[in-house]
Structures are given as C-alpha cells and as structure tokens.
Design a protein around this ligand. Structure first.
Ligand code: DGL
Length: 281
C-alpha cells in the first residue's frame, strides 16, 4: 500500500501536491504557516491581493470579482486545491468559486464559533471580524446554528485589517482600535474570543494584553490546515520521490517588498515576492 494512501496512519506530508492560498493581503500568511507545518512537502502558492485590501469594507460584487480573478490565476498555476484564507472572501464568494470550478477542492475559513463554545467555561463568547463577514448571510446562518448554545458578542472591527496590512504593528492607531474593539467584550465578561479574520493573529499579543490573560483567543488556522491535508491527500496522482521540502511562491497585487518583509518576519524564512498583474485595465 502506498505511503500516501488515504488509509495510511502516517500524517499526509503533502508530497506531490500544489496548493493555492489567497487572502485580501497578508492575513492569510497565518493560515499558510499552519499549512506549511501540516504539509511540509506540498508546493504552496500564496497570493496577497494587497492592491485591493481590505475586503472587509467592500461590496459583495467587488469581493467576488477579486476572488474569481485570483482563483483563476491559481488554477492556471496547476493547483490541486485552493484555500480561501480569508473569512470575508469565504463568506461572500466561496459558493460561487465552487460553482466555477466544481472539480477543484476549494477550502474556506470561517470564525470558529463551534470550537469556541466547546472550550468556553462560562459560554460567553466574543467574535472579532470584519464588517463584511458579520453582515454576510453565511455568517448569520452560522450564528443561528449556535446562538442557543452560548451568549455571542459580535464585534465588527472596521479599520483593523487595514492597519495591520500597513505592516507597522506599533502604530498608535492600532492600539486605539484594539482598545476600542476589546472594551465591549471585556464588559460582557467573555472568556473566549474568536479571531474571525485571518489578519488578527498578527496582533494576538496586543489583543491578549487588552482582553486580559485569562481570555482564550481562538484561531482556526491549524484546524483549516488539517482539514486541507485531509481533503487533498487523495488528489496525488504521481508523487515524486526525491522531494525534501515543498516550494513556497509568493505573489501580490500590492508592494512585493512589503509582502516580503511581513512574510519573512511572520514565517521566519527568506521570501521572494513577485508582482502579480491585478487583472484590471
Ligand atoms: N483577512 C481577511 C479575513 O479573514 C480580510 C480582511 C480584510 O481584507 O478586510 O476576513
């Protein structure tokens, strides 16, 4: 039996697989990092749509158009699957992407309300997310499924992803926004806070300091990575035998130097970022 068999007890290393990962900007790097740990032999292609970030305060039509454009690019790179490493794009566009490419696994992310409820002691949960995610039908259905099981405190964070995207995490503006968005959750006495935007793990330390050390911050990156490996392990057709490490390639519609700088400090390895054509005339 092949080591890559779905029935193998060895965790799937990603050998022979190419995965596309995208976000409105640098936020999806938090998911990419977890995918890299889960599948070190997979080739990963990351696209940051920083030229058009943030998505969280844009129209649905805009987010769908950008998501289609980037997924088309990833598809042209021969990926075996796409991870939409953005809660906002998942909420608005994942359904359409799955219809456009029915044979390609498209894995989305969503705020981890269910795991938050499982681990909360007092069943008071805070959710930090973009205005776009909170306003979406997909998120509203998620809330409807769980609202009987816990007190959910939803906090929209306009401006937070944009400020993180700028790359300077010491700005006063960032401190002000974090204090403003954490205050209602502290007042509500939540013991668990869901990071419902992939940009927010970048400021997890600041959020923790503002919310207090006893509040548990829930990030779903590792669960998404595990799910991605499980979905893709049956897609390997001709695994190569001589791979020691998968390649990771970075593209951005914004400034490659900025993506390079943020990615290197977040991922801890040397990065070369390429300029991607925005697809707009
Ligand atoms: N990182 C994204 C998310 O998870 C989007 C942030 C934004 O572009 O507004 O929602």
């Amino acid at each position: 039996m092949s080591a890559l068999s779905a029935h193998s007890t060895t965790p799937f290393s990603g050998q022979g697989i190419r995965v596309g990962v995208f976000d409105s900007g640098v936020g999806g790097l938090s998911v990419l990092k977890a995918i890299r740990q889960a599948m070190p032999l997979a080739d990963l292609i990351y696209v940051a749509d920083s030229g058009f970030a943030p998505y969280g305060e844009r129209s649905d039509a805009f987010i769908s158009e950008r998501s289609n454009e980037i997924s088309g690019f990833l598809q042209s790179q021969g990926v075996h699957g796409i991870v939409v490493a953005c809660n906002t794009a998942t909420a608005v566009a994942v359904h359409e992407l799955r219809q456009l490419w029915p044979h390609l696994p498209i894995i989305g992310v969503e705020p981890g309300i269910k795991p938050a409820i499982s681990q909360s002691r007092n069943k008071k949960i805070g959710v930090l997310a973009t205005p776009g995610t909170l306003a979406s039908q997909k998120f509203k259905s998620l809330v409807t499924r769980h609202e009987a099981d816990a007190e959910l405190h939803l906090q929209a964070c306009p401006g937070l992803a944009r400020t993180i995207e700028s790359g300077n995490l010491n700005r006063q503006e960032l401190k002000t926004l974090i204090a403003q968005f954490c205050a209602p959750l502290k007042d509500a006495g939540v013991d668990t806070v869901v990071l419902g935007c992939t940009h927010y793990p970048f400021v997890a330390n600041q959020l923790q300091a503002s919310l207090g050390k006893d509040v548990y911050l829930l990030d779903t990156a590792q669960a998404v990575a595990k799910h991605t490996a499980a979905i893709l392990q049956n897609r390997v057709i001709t695994p190569s035998t001589d791979v020691t490490r998968g390649e990771v390639t970075f593209w951005t519609t914004g400034d490659p130097a900025l993506l390079q700088q943020v990615a290197e400090s977040w991922l801890g390895w040397q990065v070369v970022a390429h300029q991607m054509d925005s697809g707009q005339d």
